[in-house]
Design a protein around this ligand. Sequence first.
Ligand SMILES: Cc1cc2ncn([C@H]3O[C@H](COP(=O)(O)O)[C@@H](O)[C@H]3O)c2cc1C
Ligand SMILES: O=C(O)c1cccnc1
Length: 346
Amino acid sequence: MSQSPLPVAPASLQEVAAILEGGLPAAAEGQVARVAAHQAQLTKPPGSLGRLEEICAWLAAWQGETGPRADAPQVLVFAGNHGVAAQGVSAFPAAVTVAMVENFRAGGAAVNQLAGLAGAGFAVQALDLERPTADFTAGPAMSEAECVAAFAAGWNAVGETDLLCLGEMGIANTTVAAALCAALFGGNGRQWVGPGTGVDAAGLERKAQAVDRGLAANPAAKGAPLEALRCLGGREIAAMSGAILCARMRRIPVILDGFVCSAAAAVLQRQQPDALAHCLAGHVSAEPGHRRLLDGLALAPLLDIGMRLGEASGAAVALLLVRAALACHHGMATFASAAVPGQDGA
Ligand SMILES: Cc1cc2ncn([C@H]3O[C@H](COP(=O)(O)O)[C@@H](O)[C@H]3O)c2cc1C
Ligand SMILES: O=C(O)c1cccnc1
């Protein structure tokens, strides 16, 4: 388990920027060489396990000499409500958010099954659900204090874990993620929105217009990542940003989920290009903006299986592949131990 002390959460967005710009912990490249040397001994042609091999190197680079491992993985879900839901941008009512939090706690959601199967701890944190953010089509979604409180909640939620999977629940948050992406990467609403929970063509048009109005109502958000998080984001998104940065400070590797989770990660990456070096994109969601976003982040998703759920479900399925990678890495015989002739016939 990670024994690193919990660093103190930042108390302002300026402090978040200072942390990002002040030099983040780097991967231990020596561990990559150690993992590669071990992999080279295993009874398989070099590189034949593809990204399963890469996963082991990535884990060890962040976990150090005790890696690669997933002894205590944690799935963390943050929930928030959004003022922009009033614009008719989701196929479901905002009341679903709080009801799904109850469902997570009762073990009935998709992510509960997947986290259980992957042997991960699960926790959900609801962030002021009775107090939605302000509707960003009329001005900033959050005050600085609200945004920082949510960021700190995510930061402080990261437990003693060796691998963190992140996700969210928040009706209307694919619109929020689209607005964030437009502010961070450019483009208009139409280029970033998608069906989310399954809106029809008119709903898609309302989403695109809500994003465009949000950008117009929050000019300070354009090209200013942390201001974009405050003006166009939401509490569960700020919490995921906080958890990702806290994990980096503690060298805990992170598996990202879908479009919404990746938008939270993008806030950090736009402020500091190296900020996501400890993150793996668990999957690419069927939400069309996600592929574009991962391209912008130069992240190659592990899975592309048409999931579009959120709630860390894609990250949890990716964790099953991490289990596969670790089973081979730690369980396989070597050419020498199994007396299998090596590449040179030796
Ligand atoms: C029952 C249910 C369970 C969910 N679990 C995740 N989401 C996902 O859908 C929402 C985003 O889509 P939109 O922007 O269209 O509202 C988020 O809450 C997300 O996590 C769910 C949505 C529903 C309805
Ligand atoms: O990719 C996601 O994060 C996503 C897609 C649809 C609905 N909710 C989340």
